[in-house]
Every structure is written in structure tokens, then in C-alpha cells.
Design a protein around this ligand. Structure first.
Ligand code: SAH
Ligand code: F3S
Length: 459
């Protein structure tokens, strides 16, 4: 799927018919923002005449879009680089590129650690400089451009095409960066301060996508609920939601990731009033202990978080909630941890992303005393997962007998597969491929934690 708002076309240089088209292999680590950045990188590369391959061994260009939010992704990237460098033995002209958050954090140091095999390096600030960087690398020079902060022309990257995996839903980056200063988090260092994308640019892209057959719009930002605050004349995020809902053809809207205090009453009201907004929300709480929340510099208490959840459940009945939580933050005691488990019991999340605290270089929490030993983190994590497993099993059962609205996005082996408004995968035995890209009511017969099985409701 190619979407293009076509204000700007990169020069097509390698498209000469009698020349073999170059192949690129792209590996994306980390969050949905990186997935969306990779979609845009693919758009730029396609315009330059590149073909995509799933086999790095036959690539002329290997590109790693990296993550550094915890230590594990760091290690994964270095391990993959160790493997991919072998491509240069197969094809001495092959280039290796690294972009994204680890590139931003480590810069040339990463190239040194990887043995000097990196030809191209850029960050999420300057994806749109890729055509020039490639030209430089083709000449045999190292093309490393890690900017200390986002350039003024940053939003120009949205004038390039994107290539999406799925024709029916699309990610749309509406803001970048984060102004919060959670003491454990590296993101403000790697993604910079909050910058909101201009409303016209967002609405234009959505109109374009809808014309292209997209039904579901998934708004992205490190701190998406803060959109519009940094404009000279600030605009509330809820206003953007109403504006998007007015666009003909937008059938479903999601947004990630929200921050509890920025999820203000007007946003909750909009979620209730706008029927296209999905019945699902990801709202990280990180810890249930007010003492730990304070040490994390999260600007809410457990009670305030639970109150938000209550309001959401009232405004959007049936809403499926998910969250991120950190286990073993420095100084976390057994008592603090029990408060976290209490939030799980009270909210009953249908999905939970739980992380063992991982110290990140240059973040304040990495220097805190009372780091929790790894075996304690692991033991708490096991207990948390046990509790969560039970809750998810119980919550899944409530779907049996219910009718859910499903956007079918895939057909495979006699099955239509899609996501419900509640963000559950739903499978139906059916050959009706004409329903792909449509939102269809499905009565659920059987519910497992991750998949609902049912039949199409005929009317
Ligand atoms: N608002 C951002 C959050 C980015 S980080 C977004 O989703 O775009 C995603 C999650 O990783 C956080 O919510 C937090 O739970 C977890 N995380 C961040 N830094 C961490 C660290 N140092 N150790 C463990 N988990 C961390
Ligand atoms: Fe990180 Fe906290 Fe922002 S988790 S992305 S600093 S809201």
C-alpha cells in the first residue's frame, strides 16, 4: 500500500530500466512510532527505485531502525549488526544503515562498537535527509548525520510517501517527542521535546488515506494527548479528535500513547461522544505506589489514575483498557509492589505490558540508590504475570455471547481475521472476502485471551 500526499517527490534515480533495482532489507525494533517511521523510510526508498526483500543476504542496503528504551533492545541491535555485517562478504558494495533511538543516543560510538561497519546513520529527526545520505554513502563516504535537535524542516518528512503493510488501517504520527521527565526514561533524550504536527498537515494526510481505502486511523505520538499544547495558540487534543471524526470515511479512530494527566475531561467526553473512537485505550500507569510515582516524576497519584479509569468506563461503556507497568523501580518495596498489584485488580486490564526496570545511561533513576536486585525483579514479575493472567482469562470470558464490531483486514485459509473495536483479534470461518475492509458485527462464541472466535451477524 502506498500512500502519498505527494507534495514532494524524491528524485527517481535508480529506476533505469536496464539497471538491476537495488534491494533493501529493513529491520524495525521497538514501538509503533518506529514502525511508522519505517513506513515512511520505505516510501522514500521506493521512490528512489529500491525493491524490498525479506532476506538480508541479498540486500544492497540493510537498514536497522533501532530502539534503546531498555537494555535488551540495545543488545538485540548489536547482535543483529554482528550478523548483518556478513552481507559485505557476499556483496562488497552493500551498505549498512542504522537509524532510530539507539543511533540518536550513541551516534558514532555505535559505529565504533560495531567495528566501523556502519555506512549510514541518522535519527528520527532527519529521515527525510535519507536521499542525500545515500548519495554520500554510494560515493564510499561515511554518511553519519546525528542532529542534536530536530531541524526546522522536520515536518517535511510527512510530504514523502509511506508504504503500509495493511490497506485498511494506518498509523499517523501527530506529534513527536516528550516534555515529561520520567526519571527512568531515555525517550526525551532520543526523541527530543514535544513538537506537534500542524493540524492541516494531519487532516490532509487522513483525507488522502481515506481516499486510498483506509478505514481506521491510529494517531501516534510519544505523548499523544499533549498534542497542540506547544502551538503559539494552543489547540486542545479533543478538538483534533472532533475534526478527524468529521472527515467522511473515517470509520474508526485510535490514539497511542496517552499520559494520565493529559487525558483531560474534554478528551474523555470526546471519547464518549465520538462513535468512531474505538472502545480501547492504552494508558500507562507504571506503578501503583504513590511514593514510587513521585520518584518516577509521574504527575499523578494512584487514586487520580483510578479516577480517570472510572470516568473512562462511564464515558465509553465496555472500553478495554491496557497499560504499561514497571516492576522493580529503584527503592520499590514489597509494599509498593502490592499497590501495583492492587491497580491490576481494580482496573482489570485486558492487556498489560510489564517491564523489569532497566537503568538507562544519563537518566536520573539510573543513579538512584536502592537499585532492586534482579532476582527480586524477576520474582515480582512472575507474581504480577500470574495475577494478570487470571484477570485476562476472566475478562476474556465476558465476550462470549456478545456482539463485537470487527474491521476485517486479512483472509487466510477459510478465515476472515480482523480487530474489534476493543482491539481484540477476531476470527470467523468465512470465505466472504468482499467483507475485507468493512466493519462487521460478529457474535462471539468462544473467547481466548488473545483471540475471539465467532460468526458474522446477518441482518
Ligand atoms: N509514552 C511512550 C512511552 C515510551 S516507553 C510511548 O509509548 O510512546 C514505553 C514503556 O516502556 C513505558 O511506558 C515504560 O513502561 C517502559 N519503560 C520506559 N523506560 C523504561 C526503563 N528504563 N525500564 C523499564 N521500562 C521502561
Ligand atoms: Fe518516557 Fe515518561 Fe515521556 S515514559 S516517553 S518520559 S511520558
Amino acid at each position: 500500500m502506498v500512500s502519498n500526499i505527494l507534495k514532494k517527490q524524491p528524485q527517481v534515480e535508480n529506476k533505469e530500466t536496464n539497471q538491476r533495482r537495488k534491494k533493501v532489507f529493513i529491520k524495525t525494533f521497538g514501538c509503533q512510532m518506529n514502525v511508522n517511521d519505517s513506513e515512511r523510510i520505505k516510501g522514500i526508498l521506493a521512490s528512489l527505485g529500491y525493491e524490498f526483500t525479506n532476506d538480508w543476504k541479498e540486500a544492497d542496503l540493510i537498514l536497522l531502525n533501532t530502539c534503546t528504551v531498555r537494555e535488551r533492545p540495545d543488545r538485540k541491535v548489536l547482535a543483529h549488526l554482528g550478523e548483518y555485517k556478513k552481507v559485505k562478504k557476499i556483496n562488497p558494495n552493500a551498505k549498512i544503515g542504522v537509524c532510530g533511538c539507539l543511533a540518536q543516543r550513541m551516534g558514532e560510538e555505535l559505529d565504533k562498537r560495531a567495528g566501523g561497519i556502519i555506512d549510514i546513520m541518522f535519527s528520527s529527526y532527519n529521515i527525510h535527509h535519507l536521499p542525500e545520505l545515500l548519495k554520500k554513502a554510494e560515493k564510499g563516504e561515511k554518511a553519519i548525520e546525528i542532529l542534536p535537535e530536530p531541524p526546522k524542516d522536520e515536518w517535511e518528512m510527512f510530504e514523502y510517501p509511506t508504504i503500509r503493510e495493511n490497506p485498511y488501517w494506518a498509523f499517523i504520527t501527530i506529534m513527536k517527542g516528550c516534555d515529561k521527565d520520567c526519571t527512568y526514561c531515555i525517550v526525551p533524550q532520543t526523541r527530543g521535546r514535544e513538537r506537534s504536527r500542524p493540524i492541516r498537515s494531519i487532516l490532509e494526510e487522513i483525507k488522502f488515506l481515506v481516499k486510498d481505502g483506509v478505514k481506521e486511523i491510529h494517531l501516534l505520538g510519544q505523548n499523544v494527548t499533549a498534542w497542540g499544547k506547544d502551538f503559539e495558540n494552543p489547540i486542545p487534543f479533543s478538538y483534533l479528535l472532533y475534526k478527524i471524526a468529521e472527515i467522511d470515511g473515517v470509520e474508526r479512530i485510535r490514539f497511542t500513547t496517552g499520559y494520565p494527566t493529559d487525558l483531560t475531561d474534554d478528551v474523555i467526553k470526546a471519547m464518549g461522544e465520538i462513535p468512531q473512537i474505538a472502545k480501547a485505550l492504552h494508558l500507562p500507569f507504571q506503578s501503583g505506589s504513590n511514593r514510587i510515582l513521585k520518584l518516577m516524576h509521574r504527575y499523578y497519584t494512584k487514586e487520580e489514575y483510578l479516577e480517570k479509569i472510572q470516568k473512562l468506563k462511564e464515558a465509553k461503556p465496555g472500553i478495554a483498557l491496557s497499560a504499561d507497568v514497571i516492576v522493580g523501580f529503584p527503592g520499590e518495596t514489597e509494599e509498593d509492589f502490592l499497590e501495583t498489584l492492587d491497580v491490576l485488580e481494580k482496573v482489570r486490564f485486558e492487556q498489560l505490558f510489564s517491564f523489569k526496570y532497566s537503568p538507562r545511561p544519563g537518566t536520573p533513576a539510573a543513579e538512584y540508590p536502592n537499585q532492586v536486585p534482579d532476582d527480586v525483579k524477576t520474582e515480582r514479575m512472575h507474581r504480577l504475570l500470574e495475577v494478570q493472567k487470571r484477570i485476562m482469562n476472566e475478562e476474556a470470558k465476558k465476550y462470549e455471547g456478545q456482539t463485537v464490531e470487527v474491521l476485517f483486514e486479512r483472509y487466510s485459509d477459510g478465515k476472515l481475521i480482523g480487530r474489534s473495536s476493543e482491539n481484540k483479534w477476531v476470527e470467523v470461518n468465512s470465505d466472504r472476502k468482499e467483507l475485507l475492509g468493512k466493519i462487521v458485527p460478529v457474535k462471539v462464541n468462544k473467547a481466548s485471551v488473545y483471540v475471539l472466535y465467532g460468526d458474522i451477524v446477518e441482518n
